[in-house]
Design a protein around this ligand. Sequence first.
Ligand SMILES: [Zn+2]
Length: 173
Amino acid sequence: MGGLKLFFVDDERLKKVAALFGEEAVTVVEILEKVDETTDFQIADQTEIRLNTVRKMLYRLYDHSLVALRRSRDEETGWFVFHWRLQPDQLEGFIFNQKRRVLEKLETRLGYEKSHEFYSCQTQGCRPLPFEQAFELLFKCPACNKLMVHVNNSQIVETITRKIEKIKKELSE
Ligand SMILES: [Zn+2]
């Protein structure tokens, strides 16, 4: 049963997605990939990761439906045992939502870039400021005190626009 399901897991993409949840999440997913179902205790046993961390990672993945949870009761101790399994069919949906979120952020940023004039001290590590802020600071950089000059942000606008187009195309595929 489990073997057939794993057949459809796109390993590379799954690992990339797991990495968004942290390094330990990748290890947890690697273990889950090999089994149909396992408990958090067993995962902690098989890795160097503490049980609490294993659980934290599992719940993060669970929040996004990337893993499913089944609860049973240990008849001897009376405690709950949590069984986890991957839900690789949710991967596409997750990636789609992530892309949508990135797209929204990029569109907001693009609007900001397009509607402002920017000034910069040209010092590495200092942030360009919009005209209104630069004006209030009398064009002195608040970080390094150097004079700020007008900067052309058309390169940034172009880069963001290209990224937006790429994501839009991927989303419509
Ligand atoms: Zn500066």
